[in-house]
Design a protein around this ligand. Sequence first.
Ligand code: PAF
Length: 278
Amino acid sequence: MKIIKTINEMRDFRRNNAGSVGFIPTMGYLHEGHVSLVKLARQENNYVVISIFVNPKQFGPHEDFAAYPRDTEKDITLLKNAGVNAVFLPEVEEMYPAGFETYVSLETLSKKLEGKSRPGHFTGVATIVSKLCNIIQPDRAYFGQKDAQQVVVMKKMVSDLQLPIKIVVGETKREKDGLAMSSRNVYLSEKERKEASVLFQSLQLANEMIQKRERNSEIIKKAMSSLINETSGTIDYISFANPKNLDEVQIIENEVLISLAVYFGKTRLIDNIVVHSV
Ligand code: PAF
């Protein structure tokens, strides 16, 4: 496995390795969710490249950029066993040199859901992913469904910019109690960690209500909120949206993306499921 720290070296790797490349962009502190994306990429490509870069442009001024968990040594050990060909570890100074001023921004999709609570977040994500894809030139890029809006934003960006890249989505990996795996789970205290399974429980409750033919999203939101409010969690939002354009839906028909963000202390957790109504 090659460890690559500069853009020139990364471009050389790509030039010297003809064949398809599967790319997994990450911010490190890797878990089983990332490893499952590596496995998917290995099945479909000649080479697998993963990047580890905590992207300052996707954090708001009051968010956790400085505190974001980092353990590159541990990540590299995990990746060696997972069958990755190259790990790209660029420096912030090389990705965003002084005077950097060009951004990729989606006019409407980036302002919905997460974008309302985290203004500028998706501009940061779209900018870094398009830069990394430009350098690595992958055939396929892999993202987890846990960040549902990120997937929608990536698909739209690739389509609008006519990038010759297929976006592949891996399912959300969960802990035994249903909590979605996330690098941020490490912030939770023991009590918060126990309570945090309520995100998935509330999503399951929503699913059950829909299967029992409840179609009014406001009624389901109330039931989800009551469940979450039994814990110390503070709800940022609960959303029922069209999975393709992320427009909010009142009356559920066909497919609906149910997503939520909940704070436990300072830790903001997100999760989602897509439900097909019958
Ligand atoms: O999902 C993430 O970890 C980040 O948003 C990504 C895609 C690596 C861009 O920095």
